[in-house]
Design a protein around this ligand. Structure first.
Ligand code: C5P
Length: 219
């Protein structure tokens, strides 16, 4: 499916990246995790002590995406692979603020548009169907209950050897969603022509199959 782009949006921890990776692999497409780009910029923002002038920070930043057979997408920030640090708590806590800033969005969205120009991309995020790829051939808006999203995130964390509290996860997820939905620039919302897919109670296989069935209906 080299001739189409798929946009996958939705709130935090809805399972977008897991599903996007699967769908991309099944269709021999390339998966792009846009959240990781915002996380990388946030990582730098924290490393240089939260500067007031974010435009300067961006002017002084290079960001590239590369792909590794085993590890998948890698984010190279100013020449350094920062992928291992992007899920750190501190980054998660500040990413919504950093991602709400105009210079950051312009920088990231331009890169994302460039990546998708040749098609064959499955891209997940918050504004992919609305802003980055308004012409994507398929747009999915993935949702799930906060309870289920927090449980999935807890399992993810367990697999990575990180202990986490369910109530705290629920709070963190809800807070991030509220911020992302209410920011001025490109807030999280469903594109008018997106298909809503509620993944609550559904397995990864079921959701993947559902999306593949939408793809097969494209003409
Ligand atoms: O998808 P992930 O949870 O890694 O995204 C981290 C944060 O990056 C989101 O909470 C949101 O603030 C921001 N983001 C965004 N636009 C995107 C992808 C992520 O604003 N397309």
């Amino acid at each position: 499916m080299k001739s189409i782009n798929i946009a996958l949006d939705g709130p935090a921890a809805a399972g977008k990246s897991t599903i996007a990776k699967r769908v991309a692999a099944k269709l021999s497409m390339i998966y792009v995790d846009t959240g990781a780009m915002y996380r990388a910029i946030t990582y730098k923002y924290l490393r240089v002590n939260q500067p007031k002038n974010i435009q300067h920070l961006i002017d002084d930043t290079t960001l590239e995406l590369t792909y590794d057979e085993e590890q998948g997408q890698l984010i190279i920030l100013d020449g350094e692979n920062v992928t291992p640090f992007l899920r750190e708590n501190d980054v998660t806590q500040h990413v919504s603020y950093v991602a709400s800033q105009e210079p950051v969005r312009t920088f990231a969205v331009n890169k994302q548009k460039e990546l998708a120009a040749k098609k064959g991309i499955v891209m997940d995020g918050r504004d992919i169907g609305t802003v980055v790829l308004p012409d994507a051939e398929l747009k999915i808006y993935m949702i799930a209950s906060v309870e289920e999203r927090a449980k999935r995130r807890q399992l993810d964390n367990e697999e990575r050897g990180i202990d986490s509290n369910l109530e705290q996860l629920k709070e963190e997820i809800s807070k991030r969603d509220t911020f992302d939905m209410n920011r001025e620039i490109s807030p999280l919302r469903k594109a008018e022509d997106a298909i809503t897919l509620d993944t609550t109670g559904k397995s990864i296989d079921e959701v993947t199959t559902e999306i593949l069935s939408y793809v097969s209906k494209l003409n």
